[in-house]
Design a binder for this molecule. Structure first.
Ligand SMILES: [Zn+2]
Length: 347
């Protein structure tokens, strides 16, 4: 069996769309007909070579998606043929089957336990979660990374109580999901900070109550005007180390907390003033919003079905075809949109 796939052959080179030979399933692996894939900054970092030396080149890409199960390998019990599934880089229950090797003209093409920039994908059982067949597959793709990371940073990590304040640094895909969760938890105010006016407007539509354009305003000055003692929580979703410093300064002494989500470039260090910690401020790291697929993903889907999450910013722009993947990466890098979605049914 063959599948069209977008393959990274060298950093900074456009991904190539090629027809790969799909390997036979090993124990714990599942063959999935991928319907939609999200494109996130992690893929931009990989494409640009910002994650350090990449020992897996050439390789497939993509770590959030949705699809329908075509075939299961030995030992798989979590899913069956025809199940609708979320594909996520965050591990859940099931066999951890590792990566795969596809082939193209006798060349080995590597793939991790999950890849989503291919029409048919071999996925490890532990990266799949069944979703009801009536749930939109396009929306389900977002439950692979953007929603668990953004929602989880609030629901699982910050855990604000109603009325607590939050500042969100960077309202791209993950930051917007953070704002959605802050609204669900009745945070007030919800302060959105970004360099791009259009993204700030999307944050407003989702429920942000104050917008700060960091290219025009002094961010900390504005935050302290709004919350004189500092905010209860700051969520950092830009991956820039100077913004991590600002986020720490922005939270209130004695109990204010920063949740750092953003991925910095390989080798970059965050230099911080320890006085900020002496003031009783806290820093939390997080792995995918501490979301656990088996516990959380259907809960997130329920919030979508109840209308509690406004996903227009993600779903309204037209999806990209698979051969538009390079445009999707570039548009994401340039901040033209928050979360490109690839429709694998169109080449
Ligand atoms: Zn991601």
């Amino acid at each position: 069996m063959k599948t069209a796939a977008a393959v990274l052959t060298e950093p900074n080179r456009p991904l190539e769309i090629i027809d790969l030979e799909v390997p036979k399933l090993r124990r714990g692996q599942v063959l999935v007909d991928v319907a939609f894939s999200g494109v996130c900054h992690t893929q931009v970092l990989e494409w640009r070579g910002y994650r350090g030396v990449d020992p897996y080149l050439p390789h497939c890409l993509g770590h959030e998606g949705s699809g329908i199960v075509l075939e299961i390998g030995d030992g798989v019990t979590k899913v069956e043929r025809d199940d609708h599934v979320i594909l996520s880089w965050i591990k859940g229950s099931g066999i951890s089957a590792g990566g795969s090797v596809y082939s193209w003209r006798k060349q080995r093409i590597n793939a991790g336990p999950i890849t989503t920039f291919n029409r048919v994908s071999v996925v490890s059982e532990d990266r799949l979660t069944i979703v009801p067949s009536e749930f939109s597959l396009k929306t389900a793709a977002l439950v692979g990374c953007a929603l668990p990371t953004g929602l989880g940073s609030v629901f699982n990590v910050a855990r604000p109580i109603s009325g607590q304040s939050i500042a969100i640094f960077g309202v791209g895909g993950v930051g917007l999901c953070t704002a959605m969760a802050a609204k669900v938890r009745d945070c007030t105010p919800i302060i959105a900070i970004d360099l791009v006016e259009q993204k700030l407007e999307l944050a407003r539509a989702i429920g942000a109550t104050y917008l700060i354009n960091a290219s025009q305003d002094s961010v900390l000055e504005r935050i302290f005007q709004i919350c004189p003692d500092g905010v209860d929580f700051a969520v950092e979703a830009t991956g820039r180390t100077n913004v991590m410093c600002q986020a720490l300064e922005a939270v209130r002494p004695r109990g204010g907390a920063v949740v750092v989500i953003g991925n910095a470039r390989h080798g970059e260090m965050w230099e911080l003033d320890p006085k900020q910690l002496n003031l009783g401020k806290r820093i939390f790291g997080t792995w995918g919003g501490d979301s656990q697929p088996d516990r959380d993903y259907l809960r997130y889907c329920d919030l979508v079905m109840m209308g509690s999450l406004n996903l227009d910013a993600f779903l309204a722009p037209p999806a990209y075809p698979l051969n538009g993947v390079n445009a999707a990466l570039t548009d994401l890098e340039l901040g033209k949109l928050t979360r490109p979605i690839i429709d694998l049914s169109i080449l």
